[in-house]
Design a protein around this ligand. Structure first.
Ligand SMILES: [Zn+2]
Length: 278
């Protein structure tokens, strides 16, 4: 090999290295940036476009019972007991989906009963700010507890409980997950084993709640979801909200779907009437 060809060879190697390295970082960026949908207004994958992105997501655009909605002008009803809950501690996993942070129970985390039908708890996730509003008021955060009926013959198989939060004292449940959430910042698709998590620690009980029929608030926006939104507003610290926003990717820092048309749907506001001695 002449000294000239040796020199050319080294130069070629350096160029090849730079090219591959450059290509690799472009690929890494695209993987990181890839998302099926986002929350950026006016973006090609933003909430106004969800229904056009996939045929299976058409309900996001054509549905007539979509969520979230503003909860107002509800019919007031009285019942003898709040939603029956029978949650159990079980093994859970924390996941960063890129658009939200999820706690999913792997085993039996218990269930709720609505009109005698059992709905088993699958997982919880957070939206900042809240998705539902009450008489036009938006809150700082909303937790969704997602339940599914194990019975394939049940007409409406999904029931979600929404819990609203405003900034104040830290939320105890999120405090327990602080370290695990911190370890998932910007790590879309990654998971952490949490060990045993007790859903009762969410303390989602409320003596009154709104109930209406709606949809999932993310694609595919499936309808037939029984919504229960508690009127009791809990508190969460500014730092906890900051952490949740940091953990998801930039396109979901504000991961609340815009309000959807109510379309004459009934909203009930249930109050628990305590039995009296006389
Ligand atoms: Zn949700």
């Amino acid at each position: 090999m002449t000294s000239q060809s040796k020199c050319t060879c080294i130069l070629a190697s350096i160029l090849a290295f730079l090219f591959l390295f450059g290509a690799k970082s472009v690929i890494a960026k695209e993987v990181e940036d890839y998302r099926e949908f986002d929350y950026i207004k006016g973006s090609p994958k933003g909430p106004e476009k969800w229904g056009e992105l996939k045929t299976e997501w058409a309900a996001c655009k054509n549905g007539t019972m979509q969520s979230p909605i503003d909860l107002s002008n509800a019919r007031v009803k009285f019942i003898s007991q709040p939603v029956i809950r029978n949650y159990k501690p079980s093994n859970a996993t924390l996941k960063n989906s890129g658009h939200d942070i999820w706690v999913g129970w792997n085993g039996d985390a218990g269930s709720i009963f609505i009109n005698g039908t059992e709905y088993r708890l699958q997982g919880v996730h957070w939206h900042t700010p809240s998705e539902h509003t009450i008489n036009g008021t938006r809150f700082d955060m909303e937790l969704h507890m997602v339940h599914e009926s194990p019975d394939p013959n049940v007409q409406n198989r999904t029931a979600v409980i929404g819990v609203l939060y405003k900034i104040g004292r830290p939320d105890e449940f999120l405090s327990k997950l602080n370290q695990s959430i911190s370890s998932l910042i910007d790590k879309k698709g990654e998971e952490r084993e949490l060990g045993i998590i007790d859903p009762n620690d969410i303390q989602a009980e409320s003596q009154s709640y709104y109930r209406y029929m709606g949809s999932l608030t993310t694609p595919p926006c499936t309808e037939g979801v029984i919504w229960t939104v508690n009127t009791k507003v809990k508190s969460v610290s500014r730092d906890q909200i900051k952490l949740l926003k940091e953990a998801v990717l930039y396109y979901a820092e504000e991961n609340a779907r815009p309000l959807q048309p109510r379309n004459n749907r009934d909203i009930s506001l249930y109050f628990t009437r305590y039995p009296t001695s006389n």
